[in-house]
Every structure is written in structure tokens, then in C-alpha cells.
Design a binder for this molecule. Sequence first.
Ligand SMILES: Nc1ncnc2c1ncn2[C@@H]1O[C@H](COP(=O)(O)OP(=O)(O)O)[C@@H](O)[C@H]1O
Ligand SMILES: [Mg+2]
Length: 738
Amino acid sequence: MTNIKTKVSKVIQAKTMPDKPDLKYLFEPRSIALIGASHHEDKIGYKILGNIVSSKYPGKIYPINPDGGEILGQKVYKTIDEIKGEIDLVTIVIPAQYVFDAVKSCSNKGVKFLSIITSGFSEIGNSQQEKEIVNYANEHGMRVLGPNIFGIYSARAPVNATFGPPDIKSGSVAILTQSGALGIAMIGKTRVENIGLSSIISIGNKSDIDESDLLEYLVMDDATKVIMMYIEGVKNGERFVRILKQITPKKPVIVIKSGRSKKGATAAASHTGSLAGDDNIFSDIMKQCGVIRAESIQEAIDWSKYLALSNPPKGENSIIITNGGGIGVLATDACEKYNVTLYDDLETMKKIFSDAVPEFGSMKNPIDLTGQAKFEDYQRSLNAAFNDDDIHSVICLGCEAAALDTEKLFTFIEEAISNSKPIKPIVLSFFGGARTEKEIAFYKPRNIPVFSDVYEAVSCLGTLYKNYRNLQYRVDTIDQPASAETKSDTVLIENIINKVRLDKRNFLFSYEGMEIMKMAGIAVPRTGLAHNIEEAIRCAEEIKYPVVMKIVSRDILHKSDAGGVVLHLDNKEEVIDAYQAIIHNCRRYNPYARIEGIEVSEMAASGTETIIGARRDGSFGPIVMFGLGGIYVEVMKDVAFRAFPFSRKEANNMVSQIKSYPLLLGVRGEKRKDIDGIIDVIVKVGEILYEHKDISDIEVNPLITYEEGKGVKAIDARIILTRLNESQFGQAKTEEEK
Ligand SMILES: Nc1ncnc2c1ncn2[C@@H]1O[C@H](COP(=O)(O)OP(=O)(O)O)[C@@H](O)[C@H]1O
Ligand SMILES: [Mg+2]
């Protein structure tokens, strides 16, 4: 019934809503109006007009101000109605209380996009008006960027419709930022670092246009080679994940997300009004999507610049060339941290470098030219590395030394890079005093990837390789669950859920949870439900000893906490004792607990206990968790998350990501555990949650895992339903009565 209703309302909505305008007109508007253009030089409304004009925007510019006149040589219109012709983009910079009227005035002008710079909306709790503005705009075929933003710069137009710095260099990095102030600072920073931008856009409160919308444009935009995002919170995570999965096999996405620390999360949440979410979940899901996460803005900027400027590598073999052993070892450690593969074919290296490396040097990677190395030694080794097909990337290091003319070296590299013949990816790290620092400061903005810190240099190369692997092997691209035949019996599962709803519970008894597991094809112990001692004995004898017994009560969710689980029962007498003990313990634990009965199940053989969970996350929708189970799971927090749906391969990545993974591979002569069995359950549990919108949480704990080929067994399944309000409970009943 309800389904039909929502479908009908969706159809009606689709009819009344005009088509969304093409995002092309936000990035390449043919005309721009500025509501709130100002005659005063210190006003934002003046600055934006100045930026539009000085960015050599070729389209039509319509400044609007009731006083009319002229600003910066541009004719000012008193109202939008005076403007003839259509307007693609309207930038609004008037105080919040006048914004809605201004938006209304745009509805007859064929306006496609509104860039609402003004703040004072949902970020300070004024969500109602923001919603009304967006609804009105959407109903009239307009989309809203912002509010609470600095605007948009797009190299394609070109146009700088921001109130940030005027001189933005055009190039191939696109920046999306949720924070306006930080975004403006980033423009300044990109200028200092000499990074070219294809666009920079602030999305602010994301009342309508969000990252996902902009990413859809940027993935198609040939001018954009690298996408960098600063985000504080994710609102429509399911769509975000889908789009990221499409982009990262094509171009790199680098993300900085604030709210990593608990304190940071609170600050971010109050800053934008959107929840920052759990950082581990965010981190893992970005990994799943092939997104590269930076810790700091500097890192994100360094990586974006390097990825935009460097040629892609042709293979994994990297070589370190150095004049100092110590710095070489540091770089080796950094390579391990950032997953850069050091070439180790000694024979080939001898052939390549025998003419280049001096007598006391080393031809083992790192290639050590010794402290006596002169520019010419570096030049010979670098040329040897550049010219050999077995070497795919170079890490060039140096400690300040009297013999070495670094300026010559940097100039040589600059020439090699600017040479029309594409050179291999290279990063440089030089360490020393004032002379070295001065040279680094001079050459870095000339687009030589030189850093004083080895880790910074190697992290850039590591990021290049991350992207290389994304492009080579693709990341998880699945965005639909597996085919119907592998799915569990949906109708039978629905029946159980309905029964629980009718019983006015929002969680399933463990035996009901186990029934669902069984329907999904997950192995579970044989189980029966007893209401008295005689039934318990009968169950135990049918199941065969040893058995376990567990309390079944709507008032006891954590059974062992209440003394409601007894294991290793080998005979009738033990069953009788256990029955009485469980009732006694649970009565003492909660005198008001309603006891439905006692579950008797087969005692499963011991194995490695794992935990598999799934729940509906506020940001990302269905997510799945895997970890090593048992009593320490809460303490160790050694778990991995993924957004569902995903492939078996991704489930395998998830399993191998946890720190205790070696335990599953088997340590000290133990056999490997049934990892395939675990993956099966991970995917099935994800599917159950995905398919049944009534379920909010599933936790299989423990899933006992046996040796490879011997399978896994779900011992306990806790399933929670989404909360219904009273009227919905009523509805469930009427459905049943029918
Ligand atoms: N059928 C069984 N076979 C083997 N061990 C079991 C069985 N049932 C429970 N256990 C053990 O007892 C622990 C607690 O039981 P469980 O059903 O998970 O209850 P709860 O999580 O509600 O306390 C499990 O983590 C597992 O180690
Ligand atoms: Mg349990």
C-alpha cells in the first residue's frame, strides 16, 4: 500500500519539476548577473565584479544595483527585469533576508544557476529559508550553489566569479571545498606554489549542488587532470560513493577531510551543520573508492601538484640515487610506508650504472654516489636511469656537500622536465643549510618536485603510484548487489520481520536472526526453542550432545552479560541444571524481564571468532564491518568498513586490511582459515541489509571460522529493525489482519 503511494507521489513530482540545467553552464556560463554589485571598493559585490572583469570573461556581464550607474566600466542594471536575454549564472551577494526575493526575481530570466555567496542560512540554524529558496529555485529550473560560499572560478570560461584573489593561474587541478575561507587561502597557496587550476568551487552549505554533482562534470572535463576536495561531512554518501568509484579509475581524487580527531569532528559538525561521521568509516570507504586521502592541506597540495605535472610511470621499478647512506635508508623506509617498489635486480643495475657510479659507491639500490659526488656524477647516473627501460621512476636525494653544485643539478632536472621528450617520474629531496633551503625555495615554484623532507618527496611518488594502480587495476566499481540467484529468500525473511513487528519488538530473538542467516545460505548450528525443562531435554537429545543453552527474552539483548548463556552441556542432568541456572541468573539480572523460553543449540567446535556487522549509516547508507571477534573486539577496534554493495574482491581487501589478518593466514604452523567462507558471509550479510529496508543493524558475533575448506558458522546473530512510530505499528497490524 505504502509503496504504491510513494511511487505515485514520485511520478507527480517528476512531472512538475523542470529538467535540471546542464552543469556546463555553471562552469562555462555565457552570461553572468551579479545581484549586489557594489560601488564601494571594500565591498564583496565590488570585488567579485572586479574579478569577473579582470579574468577576461568573454560572456555578457550584468551588474545589478538599484542605484544604477556604472562600476568598473560596466553598465549597472537597476533590476534584473531591465536585462534583455537569458542569464546562465546569477551570483547573489545581498544580505540573507533579501536573498529569497532576489531568487524569485530570477525565475523569468531563463537563469540556470544561482551562486549564493551570502551566509546566514543553515550554518547558523536558518535551515527553513534555505530549503524554501532551493525548492523555489528547483521548481523554476534553477540550481543553487551554496549558500555561504566564495563563488566559482572556471578556467574553461574563463571566469573568476569569486571574492578571492584575482590572479588565478589556469591549469589542470580542480578544487572543491566546503569551507569558503580555507578555499580562498588555497587560491593564495596555489599561486605561491605555482599550481594551475582548472576550477575552484566552494560548495558551502551544499543546499542543492553538492560534491557529487560537481564531480559528474569534472570527470568529463578534459582540462581537469586531478581533483582535490576539502570536505567536512558527507550528506548523500551513497551517490558520492557511486560517483567516486566511476572517477578514480579515470583520474585521481585527493581528499582532505577535517574531523579526524574527536574534537575536530565536533568543530566541523557545528561549523557546517552536517555531521562529520565516524572517521574510520570515512577512511575505509575512501580506500574502497580509490580516493587518496591526505592528512594535511600541504600534503594535498603537494600531491595534487605532483600528479598534475608528472608523467605517469610505465612500471613499478623505482631507484634511489643519493650522495649519503643515511638519507638513502630514510628514503627506503619512506618507500615502504608509501608503497613505492625499489628495483632490486642487482645484475641489471650493475649494467646500467657501472659507468656512472664512482669506485667507492654502491650499485645496490639505493645507488650511493658517496659524499664526494659532483654534479657530473649525478648527471651520469640520472641519464643512465632515464635511458633504461627497466627503471620506471627516480628518487634523487642529496645532503648538502661542498663537492655538489645543487643549482646545476636542479637546472639540469628543470631542463629534462621541460624537454619535449617526456621524462620518467622523478622526485627530489635535498637536505642542508641556508644554501640548500634557498635553492629549494627557488626551484619548487619552477615546478621542480624538490622537498627538504625525504618523506614529503617519497609521499608524492607513492601517491603517483596509488593512482597508477587505480588506473591499471581499477578499484571496486560494483554499485549493484550480486545477481538474483545468489540472493536469499526475500519473502521468508519479510515474514519473519513482519512477525517481529506484530510482536511490537524492534529486535529479533537470536533464533529468529539465525533463521534469517539460514535463509541466506549461511551455516548455523542446529537449534530448538524450549519453554520448559522437558522440552529442553527433548531438544538437546534431538540435536545431540554437547549443546549450549541461551536465554530468549525481549528484555535481554546481551545474553551472556545476564548469565543467560551456558556452554558445553553433555547430558540430561547438565541441561536441567543449566535451565535452572539461566532462569535464576536472568531473573536476578532483570526481575522484570519477560522470558519467552530457552534456546538449545548444537555446541559448535571451536575456531577463530570473527565479527561481521552491517548497518545503515547516516552518511553512507548500508555499510558492512569485518573484524576479529571475541571479547576484545571493543578494545582492539581492529575492524574494517566498506560501503555496500561491493565485490568479493573488495570483501577480500576488507578482510586483509585488519591488523590481525596474519591470524587468519595461520601463524606458527597453523593452517590458513576459511577466508572464502568469511567473504561469503560478508557479502550475504550486506545483501540482507541492502534488500530489507526494515533492518537497521545486523551483527553476526561470533562467526566461527575453521580451517580452509571447513567453512564458517554463525553462532549468534543480532538483528535490529528500524524504529517505527506508533501509527506504523498500527499499519503493520492491519496488513496482517487483511
Ligand atoms: N552454539 C555455540 N557453540 C559454541 N560456542 C558458542 C555457541 N553459542 C555461543 N557460544 C559462545 O558463547 C558466546 C556468547 O554467546 P552469544 O550467543 O554470542 O550471546 P551474546 O552475544 O548475546 O552474549 C559466543 O561469543 C561464543 O563464544
Ligand atoms: Mg554474540
